[in-house]
Design a protein around this ligand. Structure first.
Ligand code: WTA
Length: 656
C-alpha cells in the first residue's frame, strides 16, 4: 500500500461537513478561520484568553516564552501561573456534576459488569490513592512508575500523582520486565504501581511477576504498590510490596491538591526514536492541560453529557491526553476499555458503543483494518445510532479503511477526524474540525489553533510555499503542550528535534500539502517504524537481536503490512559457529519479545551472510528497505558498496 497512490486515488473524494455536523458544531468554518488567524497573528493574546479554560490557583501573567534557537531551546507557557491538574480534572466539577459519570469501565470479559465511576467517586478514590502514595514516601517532584492494566485504578494513579505533585511515568502493560526496569531506573522512580494480572482478550499477563523480575534490577528502596485485579496468585516481598486494596480501606478520603507551577512536569512517557534507547518525553502541567482539554472539546465537538470513547491504552500518549486528562478536565464521561477489538469476537467495539451509547469514537487504523476483514455483519448487528464523530490516530489511514469506517461504521453520517500528532506534541496538531472542515480519506487536513506547520525541502531546509508540494513536516512556533525536554538529557532534546532544520521543530514525518492547502502525512522519514500504530525504533530491535549469543550483526527495517501498517523485517548475520534454522528463528523472535515486549516481535527474519555496507562500514538501510518491500527495481546506486555481491545474495534469499 503506497501512500502516493492512496492520495492520487482519493483526491477526488471530498466530504463537506454535513448540515447536521455544522448545526451541532462548537466551531464552524467562519469561527475556525477567525480563531485560527487570531491564534497565529497574536498567540500571546489568543492563549492569554484560552489558558483560562482551566482553573489556576495563581493566575499567569506571562503567556508564551519559547525559543527554538539552536543551543538555547527553551519552552515555557503560563510560567508564573500555579495550578493542580487533579483539581482541574475532579474538584472543580464537584459542585455541578458530582453525581455525573466520569469514567465508564468496560472490562475485558463482557460478562463482567461495567462500572460507572461518578466524579464524587473519582474524588474519593484519587484522594485515597494520593494519601497512600504519601504514606509510601512520595513527595512533590518524585517519580512514580505505573504498570497497570486498563482499569480505573490506572486513572486514579495518574491523578493521585498529579494531586501530590509527583511525576508519573506509565509503562505499557505489554512491555517486558527489562523494558520496565530500564524505565524505573531511567527516571529513578520511588514507587512502581502494578496489579496482580492484566486480563486482555481472554488471556492474562502476569504483571506482578514481571514487576518482580524488573525490580531485581532496580534499587532496593523502590516500593511496589499492588492492585488486585484478578486475585491471581502473586509472590510477596514484605517491606517492599504493599497491598493497595487493603490500604485504600484505611486511607483518608481527602487529600489537599498540591500547588504546582505551570512548568512543573506532569509526566514522563518513554517513546522510541531513530537512534538509541527510548527517551523520556517530559510534559508540563499547565500548557499540557490547556491544550489537551481544548483539542478534546473542539476536535471531537464534545458537548456536555456526551459519552466519549478513546480505545487507546493509557500506556500511550493517546490514552494520557484523550482517555484521562483532556476529557476529565472538560467534565466529560470517558470510557476505559480493558479488552481488545476482537474478543470475544469482532463485534466487541460496536457492542460497547451500543451498550454505553457512545457519541464520539476514537481508534487506530490498524484496528479498523483488522475488523474490516472480518465482515460487515459484526458492525451491522449493533445499534450505532448514538455515534456522531469518528476519529483515527497513530498512523496514516489508507482510503479503504477510511471509507469502510465512514460508510459501514458511520453510515455516512459521522465526520471522521484524522488526527496527526505525537507523544512529543501532547495533543492534536493537524486535524479537521468536524463542523468546520471537509474531510478527505487519508488527509489530516488542517492545523489546530496556534499550530503553524511548514513543509520544508529536506535537502535545502527551505520552506516550500507552493501548492501542491511535498517535503518534511516542521512546526514554526511552539504550542502549549509541546514536550519540554528529554528526561535528564536536554541536549538530546535539542539534537533530536531542533538540529536538522534550524529554528524549527522537526517532527520526523514526511508530508504533502495539496492544492487546497490540506495536509497528508506520508509516514516517518527516519528509522522509526510504526507497527500497529505503535512506534518502534529499529535501533532498539537491533540491539535486542545482537544481545543474543548467536547473532553477530543485525539490521532492522519496516515493510508494508496489510493489517499492521508496517511490519518488522530483520536481517541477521549469525556468529561463525552458528547455523541458520527454523528453531533459531523462533528462538530469536521469542528473545526480542522477552527483551522488549510482544509489540516488537519480528515479522520476518532473513539470514544475511553479509549486510550491504559502504566502504566506511555504514549499513545502507535504503537498500535493505527496498529488498524488504520487494522493490528490487529501484535499489539505486550500489556502486559505493564495499561488496556489491551481498545485495544479490539478499535478493536471492529474500524471506517472507
Ligand atoms: C504517526 C501517537 C499519519 C506519525 C499520537 C507520528 C500519524 C507518529 C497520525 C507518532 C495520523 C500519528 N496520520 N500518521 N493521523 N498520527 N501518526 O508518538 O508518524 O505514538 O510521528 O503518537 O505516529 O506516534 P506516537
Amino acid at each position: 500500500m503506497s501512500t502516493t497512490t492512496a492520495i492520487e486515488k482519493s483526491e477526488e473524494k471530498v466530504y463537506p461537513p454535513s448540515s447536521e455536523a455544522v448545526a451541532h458544531a462548537l466551531i464552524d468554518a467562519a469561527k475556525y478561520d477567525e480563531m485560527y488567524a487570531a491564534s497565529i497573528n497574536d498567540p500571546q493574546a489568543f492563549w492569554n484568553e484560552h489558558g483560562k479554560r482551566i482553573d489556576w490557583i495563581k493566575p499567569y501573567t506571562i503567556v508564551q516564552n519559547t525559543s527554538f534557537e539552536p543551543g538555547n531551546v527553551d519552552i515555557r507557557w503560563f510560567e508564573d501561573g500555579t495550578l493542580n491538574v487533579s483539581a482541574n480534572c475532579i474538584d472543580r466539577h464537584l459542585p455541578t456534576r458530582g453525581n455525573q459519570t466520569a469514567i465508564i469501565f468496560e472490562p475485558d470479559d463482557p460478562k463482567e459488569p461495567a462500572q460507572s465511576i461518578s466524579y464524587n467517586d473519582l474524588h474519593r478514590r484519587v484522594c485515597r490513592m494520593a494519601n497512600i502514595l504519601e504514606d509510601l514516601g512520595v513527595r512533590k517532584g518524585d517519580r512514580v512508575v505505573i504498570y497497570l492494566p486498563m482499569i480505573p485504578e490506572a486513572a486514579y494513579a495518574m491523578l493521585a500523582c498529579a494531586r501530590v505533585g509527583a511525576i508519573h511515568s506509565i509503562v505499557f502493560a505489554g512491555f517486558s520486565p527489562d523494558a520496565l526496569a530500564a524505565r524505573v531506573n531511567g527516571s529513578d522512580a520511588k514507587v512502581v504501581i502494578t496489579a496482580d494480572e492484566a486480563p486482555r482478550g481472554g488471556r492474562k499477563t502476569p504483571l506482578k511477576s514481571n514487576a518482580d523480575a524488573a525490580l531485581l534490577h532496580c534499587k532496593d528502596t523502590v516500593k511496589c504498590l499492588v492492585v488486585k485485579r484478578t486475585g491471581g496468585q502473586t509472590t510477596w516481598v514484605d517491606g517492599r510490596d504493599f497491598d493497595y486494596n487493603e490500604m485504600a480501606l484505611e486511607a483518608d478520603d481527602y487529600s489537599k491538591p498540591a500547588e504546582m507551577s505551570a512548568e512543573d512536569p506532569l509526566f514522563i512517557l518513554y517513546t522510541s526514536g531513530s537512534t538509541g534507547q527510548p527517551k523520556g518525553v517530559v510534559h508540563s502541567s499547565g500548557g499540557y492541560l490547556v491544550f489537551a482539554s481544548m483539542t478534546h472539546e473542539y476536535v471531537f465537538d464534545y458537548h456536555d453529557g456526551d459519552v466519549f470513547w478513546c480505545t487507546a491504552d493509557v500506556g500511550w500518549v493517546t490514552g494520557h491526553s484523550y482517555i484521562v486528562y483532556g476529557p476529565l478536565a472538560n467534565g466529560a464521561t470517558t470510557v476505559m476499555f480493558e479488552g481488545v477489538p476482537t474478543y470475544p469476537d469482532a463485534s466487541r467495539f460496536w457492542q460497547v458503543c451500543d451498550k454505553h451509547k457512545v457519541n464520539q469514537f476514537y481508534t487506530a487504523p490498524t484496528a479498523l483494518r483488522a475488523l474490516m476483514g472480518q465482515g460487515n455483519e459484526f458492525v451491522e448487528k449493533c445499534d450505532l445510532s448514538s455515534l456522531r464523530i469518528l476519529g483515527t490516530v497513530g498512523e496514516p489511514i489508507n482510503p479503504e479503511a477510511w471509507n469502510w469506517y465512514h460508510d459501514v461504521v458511520g453510515k455516512g453520517r459521522c465526520p471522521i477526524v484524522d488526527t496527526w500528532w505525537q507523544t512529543e506534541t501532547g495533543g492534536h496538531l493537524l486535524t479537521p474540525l468536524p463542523g468546520a472542515h471537509a474531510t478527505k480519506p487519508g488527509s489530516a487536513m488542517k492545523p489546530f489553533f496556534g499550530v503553524n506547520p511548514v513543509v520544508l525541502d529536506p535537502h535545502s531546509g527551505e520552506e516550500i510555499d507552493s501548492y501542491p508540494c511535498e517535503g518534511v513536516l516542521c512546526l514554526k512556533d511552539s504550542w502549549p503542550s509541546q514536550m519540554r525536554t528529554v528526561w535528564g538529557d536536554h541536549e538530546r532534546f535539542e539534537k533530536t528535534y531542533f538540529s536538522d532544520y534550524k529554528g524549527y521543530y522537526f517532527a520526523g514525518d514526511g508530508c504533502k500539502r495539496d492544492d487546497d492547502g490540506d495536509y497528508w502525512i506520508t509516514g516517518r522519514v527516519d528509522d522509526v517504524i510504526n507497527v500497529s500504530g505503535h512506534r518502534m525504533g529499529t535501533a532498539e530491535v537491533e540491539s535486542a537481536l545482537v544481545a543474543h549469543a548467536a547473532v553477530a550483526e543485525a539490521a532492522v527495517v519496516g515493510y508494508p503490512h496489510d493489517i499492521k501498517g508496517q511490519g518488522i523485517y530483520c536481517y541477521v548475520t549469525l556468529m561463525n559457529d552458528r547455523e541458520p534454522s527454523d528453531a533459531l528463528v523462533k528462538e530469536l523472535r521469542q528473545w526480542v519479545r522477552t527483551e522488549i515486549g510482544p509489540i516488537a516481535s519480528p515479522d520476518v527474519i532473513q539470514w544475511a551472510p553479509g549486510l550491504p555496507k559502504t566502504r566506511s562500514g555504514k549499513i545502507m538501510r535504503r537498500i535493505l528497505r527496498k529488498i524488504a518491500e520487494n522493490d528490487f527495481g529501484s535499489l539505486g546506486d550500489t556502486s559505493t558498496l564495499a561488496d556489491p555481491s551481498v545485495v544479490d545474495d539478499l535478493i536471492a534469499n529474500r524471506a517472507g
